[in-house]
Design a protein around this ligand. Structure first.
Ligand code: APR
Ligand code: ZN
Ligand code: ZN
Length: 374
Protein backbone atom coordinates (compact mmCIF):
# COMPACT_ATOMS: atom_id res chain seq x y z
CA UNK A 1 0.00 0.00 0.00
CA UNK A 2 1.70 3.15 -1.21
CA UNK A 3 -1.40 5.40 -1.38
CA UNK A 4 -1.02 8.54 0.71
CA UNK A 5 2.72 7.97 1.19
CA UNK A 6 5.79 9.44 -0.45
CA UNK A 7 7.23 6.98 -3.00
CA UNK A 8 10.98 6.70 -3.44
CA UNK A 9 11.89 5.54 -6.93
CA UNK A 10 14.24 6.14 -9.85
CA UNK A 11 13.99 9.05 -12.28
CA UNK A 12 16.18 10.59 -14.96
CA UNK A 13 17.05 14.12 -13.90
CA UNK A 14 17.98 16.87 -16.35
CA UNK A 15 20.23 19.02 -14.14
CA UNK A 16 21.50 21.20 -17.00
CA UNK A 17 21.31 21.39 -20.77
CA UNK A 18 23.90 19.72 -23.01
CA UNK A 19 24.65 16.96 -20.50
CA UNK A 20 23.48 13.36 -20.16
CA UNK A 21 20.47 12.72 -17.95
CA UNK A 22 21.30 11.28 -14.51
CA UNK A 23 19.38 8.34 -13.10
CA UNK A 24 18.77 9.32 -9.48
CA UNK A 25 16.66 8.36 -6.52
CA UNK A 26 13.72 10.74 -6.14
CA UNK A 27 10.84 11.22 -3.74
CA UNK A 28 7.41 11.52 -5.36
CA UNK A 29 4.75 13.12 -3.17
CA UNK A 30 1.22 11.73 -2.98
CA UNK A 31 -1.32 13.38 -5.29
CA UNK A 32 -3.17 16.41 -3.94
CA UNK A 33 -6.82 17.20 -4.71
CA UNK A 34 -7.55 16.79 -8.41
CA UNK A 35 -4.25 14.97 -8.99
CA UNK A 36 -3.31 11.43 -9.94
CA UNK A 37 -0.15 9.45 -9.20
CA UNK A 38 0.84 7.15 -12.04
CA UNK A 39 3.25 4.23 -12.30
CA UNK A 40 4.93 4.77 -15.66
CA UNK A 41 5.22 1.63 -17.80
CA UNK A 42 6.63 3.10 -21.00
CA UNK A 43 7.62 6.43 -22.49
CA UNK A 44 8.63 7.55 -25.95
CA UNK A 45 11.46 10.01 -26.45
CA UNK A 46 10.08 12.93 -28.45
CA UNK A 47 11.82 15.64 -30.46
CA UNK A 48 10.53 18.19 -27.92
CA UNK A 49 12.42 16.47 -25.08
CA UNK A 50 15.56 16.67 -27.17
CA UNK A 51 15.01 20.36 -28.06
CA UNK A 52 14.97 21.10 -24.32
CA UNK A 53 18.15 19.11 -23.59
CA UNK A 54 19.90 20.86 -26.46
CA UNK A 55 18.80 24.24 -25.08
CA UNK A 56 16.67 25.20 -28.09
CA UNK A 57 13.44 25.49 -26.17
CA UNK A 58 13.48 26.56 -22.57
CA UNK A 59 11.84 25.07 -19.51
CA UNK A 60 13.07 25.47 -15.91
CA UNK A 61 15.70 22.93 -14.74
CA UNK A 62 16.41 20.73 -12.88
CA UNK A 63 13.46 18.84 -14.26
CA UNK A 64 12.15 15.41 -15.00
CA UNK A 65 11.54 15.48 -18.75
CA UNK A 66 9.49 13.10 -20.85
CA UNK A 67 5.85 13.57 -21.77
CA UNK A 68 4.90 10.71 -24.10
CA UNK A 69 3.98 8.17 -21.44
CA UNK A 70 1.72 5.26 -20.69
CA UNK A 71 1.12 3.85 -17.25
CA UNK A 72 -1.23 2.65 -14.55
CA UNK A 73 -2.91 4.80 -11.89
CA UNK A 74 -1.33 4.08 -8.50
CA UNK A 75 -3.47 6.40 -6.38
CA UNK A 76 -5.78 9.40 -6.73
CA UNK A 77 -6.23 12.63 -4.81
CA UNK A 78 -9.43 14.04 -3.37
CA UNK A 79 -12.23 14.66 -5.83
CA UNK A 80 -10.75 12.70 -8.73
CA UNK A 81 -13.56 10.92 -10.57
CA UNK A 82 -12.44 10.11 -14.13
CA UNK A 83 -9.79 7.52 -13.20
CA UNK A 84 -9.24 5.05 -10.36
CA UNK A 85 -6.25 2.99 -9.16
CA UNK A 86 -5.39 0.27 -11.66
CA UNK A 87 -6.68 2.16 -14.73
CA UNK A 88 -4.46 2.31 -17.80
CA UNK A 89 -3.75 5.90 -18.83
CA UNK A 90 -1.77 8.12 -21.18
CA UNK A 91 0.03 11.25 -19.98
CA UNK A 92 -1.03 14.21 -22.10
CA UNK A 93 0.73 17.58 -22.29
CA UNK A 94 -2.45 19.40 -23.27
CA UNK A 95 -5.15 19.01 -20.62
CA UNK A 96 -8.86 19.10 -21.29
CA UNK A 97 -10.39 20.86 -18.28
CA UNK A 98 -13.78 21.05 -20.03
CA UNK A 99 -14.36 24.46 -18.41
CA UNK A 100 -12.11 27.04 -20.07
CA UNK A 101 -12.76 29.04 -23.22
CA UNK A 102 -10.69 26.70 -25.42
CA UNK A 103 -12.29 23.56 -24.02
CA UNK A 104 -15.82 24.97 -24.38
CA UNK A 105 -15.20 26.12 -27.96
CA UNK A 106 -16.18 23.60 -30.62
CA UNK A 107 -12.69 23.51 -32.15
CA UNK A 108 -10.27 24.85 -29.52
CA UNK A 109 -7.91 22.37 -27.89
CA UNK A 110 -5.24 24.58 -26.31
CA UNK A 111 -6.70 24.30 -22.79
CA UNK A 112 -5.92 27.40 -20.73
CA UNK A 113 -4.63 25.13 -17.93
CA UNK A 114 -1.85 23.82 -20.20
CA UNK A 115 1.79 24.44 -19.29
CA UNK A 116 3.13 23.77 -22.74
CA UNK A 117 3.43 26.99 -24.76
CA UNK A 118 5.62 28.94 -22.28
CA UNK A 119 6.26 26.28 -19.61
CA UNK A 120 6.86 27.08 -15.93
CA UNK A 121 7.42 23.44 -14.92
CA UNK A 122 5.14 23.44 -11.88
CA UNK A 123 1.73 22.12 -10.91
CA UNK A 124 -1.15 24.63 -11.11
CA UNK A 125 -0.69 25.46 -7.40
CA UNK A 126 2.87 26.59 -8.16
CA UNK A 127 4.60 23.67 -6.44
CA UNK A 128 6.19 20.39 -7.55
CA UNK A 129 5.74 16.79 -6.38
CA UNK A 130 9.38 15.78 -7.04
CA UNK A 131 12.38 16.02 -4.72
CA UNK A 132 15.92 14.83 -5.44
CA UNK A 133 18.87 15.13 -3.07
CA UNK A 134 16.77 17.50 -0.95
CA UNK A 135 16.11 19.77 -3.93
CA UNK A 136 12.78 20.50 -5.59
CA UNK A 137 12.71 19.32 -9.19
CA UNK A 138 10.44 20.79 -11.90
CA UNK A 139 8.03 18.80 -13.99
CA UNK A 140 7.66 19.07 -17.77
CA UNK A 141 4.40 20.20 -19.38
CA UNK A 142 2.50 18.82 -16.36
CA UNK A 143 3.54 15.30 -17.32
CA UNK A 144 7.16 14.11 -16.55
CA UNK A 145 7.47 10.51 -17.69
CA UNK A 146 11.18 9.73 -17.34
CA UNK A 147 10.45 8.48 -13.83
CA UNK A 148 9.00 5.32 -12.33
CA UNK A 149 6.19 7.38 -10.74
CA UNK A 150 4.78 10.78 -11.63
CA UNK A 151 1.98 13.04 -10.40
CA UNK A 152 -0.33 14.80 -12.86
CA UNK A 153 -3.54 16.79 -12.85
CA UNK A 154 -6.56 14.63 -13.56
CA UNK A 155 -7.41 16.96 -16.47
CA UNK A 156 -4.23 15.81 -18.28
CA UNK A 157 -4.75 12.09 -17.81
CA UNK A 158 -6.52 10.11 -20.54
CA UNK A 159 -8.03 6.81 -19.49
CA UNK A 160 -7.60 4.18 -22.18
CA UNK A 161 -8.79 0.64 -22.91
CA UNK A 162 -7.76 -2.00 -20.34
CA UNK A 163 -6.56 -4.22 -23.18
CA UNK A 164 -4.19 -1.62 -24.71
CA UNK A 165 -0.54 -2.76 -24.84
CA UNK A 166 1.19 -0.15 -22.69
CA UNK A 167 4.64 -0.75 -24.17
CA UNK A 168 3.32 0.47 -27.54
CA UNK A 169 0.54 3.00 -26.98
CA UNK A 170 2.72 5.57 -25.20
CA UNK A 171 3.44 7.22 -28.54
CA UNK A 172 -0.29 7.87 -28.84
CA UNK A 173 0.23 10.37 -26.01
CA UNK A 174 2.11 12.81 -28.25
CA UNK A 175 3.86 11.97 -31.51
CA UNK A 176 1.07 10.08 -33.24
CA UNK A 177 -1.85 12.45 -32.53
CA UNK A 178 0.38 15.48 -33.13
CA UNK A 179 1.20 14.41 -36.66
CA UNK A 180 -1.91 12.45 -37.60
CA UNK A 181 -4.28 15.15 -36.34
CA UNK A 182 -2.36 17.88 -38.17
CA UNK A 183 -3.28 16.09 -41.41
CA UNK A 184 -6.83 14.95 -40.69
CA UNK A 185 -8.08 17.73 -38.36
CA UNK A 186 -6.06 20.87 -39.02
CA UNK A 187 -5.25 20.63 -42.74
CA UNK A 188 -8.21 18.38 -43.53
CA UNK A 189 -6.25 16.76 -46.33
CA UNK A 190 -8.48 15.93 -49.28
CA UNK A 191 -8.53 12.79 -51.47
CA UNK A 192 -6.25 13.01 -54.48
CA UNK A 193 -4.23 15.92 -53.06
CA UNK A 194 -0.48 16.53 -53.02
CA UNK A 195 1.11 16.85 -49.56
CA UNK A 196 4.62 17.74 -48.46
CA UNK A 197 6.01 16.69 -45.09
CA UNK A 198 9.12 18.49 -43.79
CA UNK A 199 10.86 16.19 -41.30
CA UNK A 200 10.47 12.41 -41.37
CA UNK A 201 10.98 11.72 -37.65
CA UNK A 202 8.30 10.42 -35.31
CA UNK A 203 5.93 13.34 -35.79
CA UNK A 204 6.46 13.68 -39.56
CA UNK A 205 5.90 9.94 -40.00
CA UNK A 206 2.55 10.28 -38.22
CA UNK A 207 1.67 13.15 -40.59
CA UNK A 208 2.38 10.75 -43.47
CA UNK A 209 -0.01 8.18 -41.97
CA UNK A 210 -2.69 10.89 -41.66
CA UNK A 211 -2.21 12.10 -45.25
CA UNK A 212 -2.46 8.56 -46.52
CA UNK A 213 -5.57 7.84 -44.44
CA UNK A 214 -7.16 11.00 -45.90
CA UNK A 215 -6.49 9.77 -49.44
CA UNK A 216 -3.58 11.98 -50.55
CA UNK A 217 -2.36 10.93 -54.01
CA UNK A 218 1.18 12.21 -53.65
CA UNK A 219 3.20 12.64 -50.45
CA UNK A 220 6.60 14.31 -50.78
CA UNK A 221 8.88 13.74 -47.77
CA UNK A 222 11.77 16.11 -47.02
CA UNK A 223 14.65 15.34 -44.66
CA UNK A 224 18.40 15.98 -44.49
CA UNK A 225 18.91 12.46 -43.18
CA UNK A 226 18.53 10.01 -46.05
CA UNK A 227 18.43 7.13 -43.58
CA UNK A 228 14.80 8.10 -43.04
CA UNK A 229 13.79 7.58 -46.66
CA UNK A 230 13.28 3.79 -46.81
CA UNK A 231 10.96 3.74 -43.81
CA UNK A 232 9.12 6.85 -45.03
CA UNK A 233 8.42 5.16 -48.36
CA UNK A 234 7.10 2.09 -46.56
CA UNK A 235 4.67 4.37 -44.70
CA UNK A 236 3.36 5.98 -47.89
CA UNK A 237 5.77 8.73 -48.98
CA UNK A 238 5.91 8.76 -52.79
CA UNK A 239 8.96 11.04 -53.30
CA UNK A 240 11.86 11.71 -50.92
CA UNK A 241 14.00 14.86 -51.16
CA UNK A 242 17.18 15.85 -49.37
CA UNK A 243 17.47 19.68 -49.49
CA UNK A 244 21.27 19.34 -49.33
CA UNK A 245 21.28 17.68 -52.74
CA UNK A 246 19.95 20.81 -54.45
CA UNK A 247 21.55 24.17 -55.17
CA UNK A 248 18.19 25.96 -55.26
CA UNK A 249 15.93 26.34 -52.23
CA UNK A 250 13.84 23.25 -51.56
CA UNK A 251 10.58 25.22 -51.89
CA UNK A 252 11.52 26.00 -55.49
CA UNK A 253 12.21 22.31 -56.12
CA UNK A 254 8.77 21.41 -54.74
CA UNK A 255 6.99 24.06 -56.82
CA UNK A 256 8.74 22.84 -59.96
CA UNK A 257 8.03 19.17 -59.16
CA UNK A 258 4.34 19.79 -58.62
CA UNK A 259 3.98 22.51 -61.28
CA UNK A 260 1.77 24.62 -59.03
CA UNK A 261 2.88 24.02 -55.44
CA UNK A 262 1.39 21.53 -53.00
CA UNK A 263 -2.14 21.49 -51.65
CA UNK A 264 -0.97 20.86 -48.09
CA UNK A 265 2.44 21.25 -46.44
CA UNK A 266 3.50 20.34 -42.91
CA UNK A 267 6.51 21.47 -40.90
CA UNK A 268 7.54 18.77 -38.38
CA UNK A 269 11.10 19.87 -37.61
CA UNK A 270 11.02 23.13 -35.65
CA UNK A 271 13.32 25.58 -37.46
CA UNK A 272 12.31 28.96 -38.87
CA UNK A 273 14.00 28.19 -42.17
CA UNK A 274 11.96 25.02 -42.75
CA UNK A 275 8.77 26.82 -41.70
CA UNK A 276 9.33 29.43 -44.41
CA UNK A 277 10.15 26.66 -46.90
CA UNK A 278 6.94 24.82 -45.98
CA UNK A 279 4.86 27.96 -46.48
CA UNK A 280 6.44 28.73 -49.85
CA UNK A 281 6.02 25.10 -50.98
CA UNK A 282 2.25 25.25 -50.88
CA UNK A 283 0.13 26.59 -53.72
CA UNK A 284 0.03 30.40 -53.74
CA UNK A 285 -3.72 30.54 -54.05
CA UNK A 286 -5.32 27.63 -52.16
CA UNK A 287 -2.36 25.98 -50.39
CA UNK A 288 -2.49 25.26 -46.66
CA UNK A 289 0.66 25.16 -44.53
CA UNK A 290 0.53 23.67 -41.03
CA UNK A 291 3.28 24.42 -38.49
CA UNK A 292 3.75 21.56 -36.02
CA UNK A 293 7.42 21.84 -35.04
CA UNK A 294 8.31 23.63 -31.82
CA UNK A 295 10.50 26.62 -32.65
CA UNK A 296 13.47 27.85 -30.61
CA UNK A 297 12.35 29.94 -27.60
CA UNK A 298 12.02 33.61 -28.54
CA UNK A 299 12.31 33.15 -32.30
CA UNK A 300 10.21 35.13 -34.78
CA UNK A 301 8.80 33.99 -38.09
CA UNK A 302 9.15 36.59 -40.81
CA UNK A 303 7.34 36.18 -44.13
CA UNK A 304 6.44 38.48 -46.99
CA UNK A 305 2.72 39.11 -46.35
CA UNK A 306 2.09 39.03 -50.10
CA UNK A 307 2.71 35.27 -49.86
CA UNK A 308 -0.51 35.18 -47.80
CA UNK A 309 -2.44 37.84 -49.69
CA UNK A 310 -2.37 35.56 -52.74
CA UNK A 311 -4.58 33.16 -50.77
CA UNK A 312 -2.37 30.76 -48.81
CA UNK A 313 -3.41 29.67 -45.33
CA UNK A 314 -0.80 29.44 -42.59
CA UNK A 315 -1.91 27.56 -39.48
CA UNK A 316 -0.50 25.74 -36.51
CA UNK A 317 -1.76 23.04 -34.21
CA UNK A 318 -1.05 21.52 -30.87
CA UNK A 319 -1.44 17.77 -30.38
CA UNK A 320 -3.27 17.49 -33.68
CA UNK A 321 -6.16 19.68 -32.51
CA UNK A 322 -7.67 16.79 -30.60
CA UNK A 323 -9.81 17.42 -27.52
CA UNK A 324 -7.33 15.30 -25.68
CA UNK A 325 -9.23 13.33 -23.03
CA UNK A 326 -12.20 12.81 -25.37
CA UNK A 327 -10.35 11.86 -28.54
CA UNK A 328 -7.01 10.26 -27.70
CA UNK A 329 -8.68 7.18 -26.15
CA UNK A 330 -10.54 6.83 -29.48
CA UNK A 331 -7.22 6.84 -31.34
CA UNK A 332 -6.10 4.02 -29.04
CA UNK A 333 -9.25 2.15 -30.13
CA UNK A 334 -8.37 2.80 -33.77
CA UNK A 335 -4.87 1.44 -33.15
CA UNK A 336 -6.30 -1.69 -31.57
CA UNK A 337 -8.59 -2.15 -34.58
CA UNK A 338 -5.45 -1.85 -36.74
CA UNK A 339 -6.64 1.39 -38.34
CA UNK A 340 -3.49 3.30 -37.31
CA UNK A 341 -0.13 1.63 -37.72
CA UNK A 342 1.62 2.73 -34.54
CA UNK A 343 3.92 -0.29 -34.37
CA UNK A 344 5.88 0.63 -37.47
CA UNK A 345 6.80 4.01 -35.92
CA UNK A 346 8.44 2.26 -32.95
CA UNK A 347 11.82 1.24 -34.28
CA UNK A 348 13.61 0.76 -30.95
CA UNK A 349 12.80 -0.18 -27.35
CA UNK A 350 15.27 0.18 -24.49
CA UNK A 351 15.14 -0.33 -20.75
CA UNK A 352 14.54 3.00 -18.94
CA UNK A 353 18.08 3.08 -17.51
CA UNK A 354 19.47 3.28 -21.06
CA UNK A 355 17.68 6.57 -21.66
CA UNK A 356 20.83 8.40 -22.78
CA UNK A 357 21.34 5.79 -25.50
CA UNK A 358 17.78 6.48 -26.57
CA UNK A 359 18.53 10.19 -26.97
CA UNK A 360 21.62 9.27 -28.99
CA UNK A 361 19.46 7.16 -31.34
CA UNK A 362 17.17 10.17 -31.87
CA UNK A 363 20.01 12.66 -32.43
CA UNK A 364 21.84 10.43 -34.86
CA UNK A 365 18.60 9.80 -36.72
CA UNK A 366 18.76 6.03 -36.34
CA UNK A 367 15.30 5.72 -34.85
CA UNK A 368 11.84 6.95 -35.69
CA UNK A 369 10.61 6.43 -32.16
CA UNK A 370 12.58 4.84 -29.33
CA UNK A 371 10.35 3.68 -26.49
CA UNK A 372 11.70 3.27 -22.95
CA UNK A 373 10.35 0.34 -20.98
CA UNK A 374 10.21 0.63 -17.19
N1 APR B 1 15.73 20.04 -43.04
C1 APR B 1 15.10 18.84 -43.22
N2 APR B 1 14.98 17.93 -42.22
C2 APR B 1 15.54 18.21 -41.03
C3 APR B 1 16.22 19.45 -40.79
C4 APR B 1 16.32 20.36 -41.87
N3 APR B 1 16.92 21.53 -41.73
N4 APR B 1 16.66 19.43 -39.51
C5 APR B 1 16.26 18.25 -38.97
N5 APR B 1 15.58 17.52 -39.88
C6 APR B 1 14.94 16.22 -39.70
C7 APR B 1 15.73 15.22 -38.87
O1 APR B 1 16.68 14.54 -39.67
C8 APR B 1 14.64 14.30 -38.34
O2 APR B 1 14.40 13.20 -39.21
O3 APR B 1 13.75 16.41 -38.94
C9 APR B 1 13.39 15.19 -38.28
C10 APR B 1 12.92 15.50 -36.87
O4 APR B 1 12.46 14.33 -36.31
P1 APR B 1 12.68 13.89 -34.77
O5 APR B 1 14.00 14.32 -34.31
O6 APR B 1 12.28 12.45 -34.70
O7 APR B 1 11.61 14.79 -33.98
P2 APR B 1 10.03 14.58 -33.81
O8 APR B 1 9.75 13.90 -32.52
O9 APR B 1 9.46 14.04 -35.05
O10 APR B 1 9.56 16.10 -33.61
C11 APR B 1 9.63 17.01 -34.67
O11 APR B 1 7.73 18.25 -33.92
O12 APR B 1 6.50 18.15 -31.96
C12 APR B 1 7.53 18.77 -32.63
O13 APR B 1 8.97 19.48 -30.86
C13 APR B 1 8.84 18.59 -31.92
O14 APR B 1 9.85 20.32 -33.14
C14 APR B 1 9.77 18.91 -33.01
C15 APR B 1 9.10 18.35 -34.24
ZN1 ZN C 1 6.10 15.28 -27.88
ZN1 ZN D 1 -9.55 23.81 -20.60
Amino acid sequence: ETAGKVITCRAAIAWTINAPLCIEEVEVDPPKAGEVRIKIISSGICGSDNHILEGKTKTPLPAILGHEGAGVVESIGEGVSSVKPGDKVLTITVPQCRKCDSCLHAKGNCCLKADVIYPVGLMLDGTTRFTCRGMKVHNLFGTSTFTEYTVMHEISVAKIDDAAPLEKVCILACGVPTGYGAAVNTAQVTPGSTCVVFGLGGVGSAVVLGCRAAGAARIIGIDINERKFARAKALGVTDCLNPRNFKKPIQQVVVEMTGVGADFTFEAIGTIETMVAALESCNLSYGVCVIIGVSPTGSQLSVDPMKLVSGRTLKGCLLGEYKTRDHIPLLVEDYMKKKIDVNSLITHSLPFVKINEGFELLRSGQCIRCVLIF
